[in-house]
Design a binder for this molecule. Structure first.
Ligand SMILES: [Zn+2]
Length: 207
C-alpha cells in the first residue's frame, strides 16, 4: 500500500507540476574547480556543485542575506566545507535530500546535518562514522536565509526519507534523486506552492 501511494504521488507530481531545466552546465560560470568538485554560478547567490565521481552528485549552495544552505554533500569531497567557505562567507547549514553515498559523502565535513527521519534506516550503511549532530526535518519546515526561504517537502520513494527543497516564491525545486536528477539539473515546480495541498484535496494520502 505504501509503495502504491508513493507511486501515485510521484506520478501526479511528475505529470502536472514540473518540467526539467535543460542541462546548461556550460552556460554557468565556473567559480571553483578542483579534482573532486566544480561549483558553477546559477545566479548571483545560487551555485551548483557537481562532484566528479558520479554524474548524479549535484549540490546546491543557496545564499541569503544572513545564512546559506547547502543541499547535499557529494560523494568524495574531503574539504567540502572549505570549498563552500570560499564561495560564501555566510554560515552554512547542510541539509540532505536523502542518505545515499553520492549525496551524503562529505557529511563528515560538517558538525551538523539535517535529514528526514525516514532515512535513519540508511545511516548505518551510508553515514556510519558521522559524529556530528543529526537534526530531523519536518515536512514543511522552513529555512529562512534572509530574503530567501527554503522549504522541506517530503517526497519519499527513491528512499523512505527523500526530501525535495522548494524555494518559496520561485519555481525552483532541489530534489536529489526523487525526480530523476542529474548533475546540473534544477527542477522547475510550476505548482510548487499548492502541490501538497492539491494532493490532499484530491484525497491522496500524503505519507
Ligand atoms: Zn539516491
Amino acid at each position: 500500500m505504501r509503495k502504491i501511494l508513493v507511486t501515485i504521488i510521484a506520478l501526479l507530481f511528475c505529470s502536472i507540476s514540473f518540467s526539467q531545466v535543460k542541462n546548461t552546465l556550460d552556460n554557468y560560470e565556473t567559480v571553483y574547480k578542483d579534482s573532486n568538485v566544480t561549483f558553477r554560478k546559477v545566479d548571483k547567490n545560487t551555485w551548483l556543485g557537481s562532484g566528479n565521481v558520479m554524474s548524479s552528485e549535484s549540490m546546491y549552495l543557496i545564499e541569503g542575506k544572513k545564512r546559506a544552505i547547502l543541499i547535499d554533500a557529494g560523494t568524495t569531497i574531503p574539504n567540502l566545507h572549505e570549498v563552500v567557505a570560499k564561495i560564501t562567507a555566510k554560515p552554512v547549514t547542510l541539509v540532505l535530500t536523502h542518505v545515499h553515498p553520492d549525496h551524503a559523502g562529505a557529511v563528515n565535513c560538517f558538525g551538523e546535518v539535517w535529514i528526514s527521519p525516514g532515512d535513519t534506516v540508511n545511516m548505518p550503511e551510508f553515514m556510519p562514522d558521522y559524529g556530528g549532530k543529526v537534526n530531523y526535518l519536518t515536512d514543511g519546515q522552513k529555512f529562512k536565509l534572509g530574503g530567501r526561504t527554503i522549504e522541506a517537502f517530503f517526497t519519499p520513494g527513491h528512499t523512505p526519507g527523500s526530501v525535495t527543497f522548494l524555494e518559496t516564491g520561485t519555481d525552483r525545486g532541489f530534489c536529489g534523486d526523487a525526480f530523476g536528477t542529474g548533475s546540473g539539473k534544477i527542477q522547475k515546480f510550476k505548482l510548487k506552492d499548492i502541490g501538497l495541498q492539491m494532493l490532499k484535496e484530491q484525497g491522496v494520502e500524503v505519507i
